[in-house]
Design a protein around this ligand. Structure first.
Ligand code: NDP
Length: 263
């Protein structure tokens, strides 16, 4: 049987998910068709009704701006989805839909792959949007010494303190972080966010930028003035995809060398 899979979001043209999942499927000798679908805000439920009507339809990846809207589907939620109120993976099994999020664990797996330790480290998260929300439980589970959060709009960061309690505190620009995780989508213009300029960045600080691709190079180039340890988010993209694939098929593909193949 050829399983029907896809990724939904808007914009969607830039998505590398079809290439990544087709490599996984080849590795594990599973037949899939994986397509990109332009689905806009408010359209996810009707799209899913149509998509999952096909008996071969197994799952979807969900990207911006639909990760929260996925919770409006009549579907079972994994524990992580219940915690972060967003989902990036939908699976159909026994005529029911299931929601899951692989972003946080995908990031942690990529950090492990790169030899970046979180345990006992001072972590600073930049940004207070959907991806910051997705990764905090996974980072917290790796036992850092502290997690602080800074954001352009402080009010949005404060909501995280309410949501996650003592495990996260508001950054007061005093801490010298050992690992910075950039979860902002800043970088599409050539200016660096003002609040970045107040950060205390040591030369040994590791910067992991969830974004990838040339629009965001500008932000990473700015960090290079302070530290030499800069990583971009392609590895997380591949790792979270591998976890989605495992969620659908019960088998985890290898993620080694995938980035070289797709870029
Ligand atoms: P959201 O839209 O949910 O959040 C965006 C965040 O960026 C907010 O904190 C916002 O601050 C901040 N921001 C936006 N523009 C600026 C700016 N010009 N200056 C300063 N801050 C800014 O996005 P996501 O959290 O979902 O995604 C963030 C990035 O992470 C995206 O680039 C996305 O592609 C990437 N990502 C990568 C993944 C991967 O697998 N590698 C997975 C998921 C996301 P404010 O609150 O003030 O508006």
């Amino acid at each position: 049987m050829e399983y029907k899979l896809g990724v939904v979001g808007s914009p969607i043209e830039h998505s590398l998910s079809p290439e990544i999942h087709s490599i996984f499927a080849q590795q594990l000798n599973i037949k899939i068709s994986y397509e990109k679908f332009l689905v806009k805000t408010g359209e996810l439920s009707s799209f899913c009704d149509h998509f999952f009507d096909n008996p071969n339809a197994l799952g979807l990846n969900v990207t911006l701006p639909l990760k929260k809207e996925a919770l409006e589907l009549e579907a079972n939620r994994s524990n992580i989805v219940k915690k972060i109120y967003s989902a990036n993976t939908i699976k159909k099994s026994n005529e029911s839909l299931y929601l899951h999020s692989t972003d946080g664990q995908g990031l942690v797996n990529d950090l492990v792959e790169k030899g970046i330790t979180i345990k006992d480290k001072k972590i600073l998260i930049l940004g207070a949007g959907g991806s910051a929300m997705s990764i905090i439980p996974a980072i917290s589970g790796s036992n850092p010494s502290c997690i602080e959060i800074a954001n352009r709009t402080e009010e949005n960061a404060k909501k995280f303190i309410v949501q996650f309690g003592e495990s996260v505190s508001l950054h007061e620009y005093k801490l010298e972080p050992e690992v910075i995780i950039n979860c902002t989508s800043a970088g599409h213009d050539s200016s660096v966010p003002e609040f970045f300029k107040n950060l205390k960045i040591s030369k040994d600080c590791i910067l992991y930028d969830l974004s990838y691709g040339s629009p965001h190079k500008h932000t990473r180039n700015w960090f290079k003035k302070y530290s030499q340890y800069i990583y971009s988010g392609e590895g997380m993209l591949v790792e979270q995809a591998a976890l989605s694939f495992e969620y659908w098929f019960g088998k985890k593909p290898t993620t080694k060398n995938i980035i070289k193949e797709i870029l």
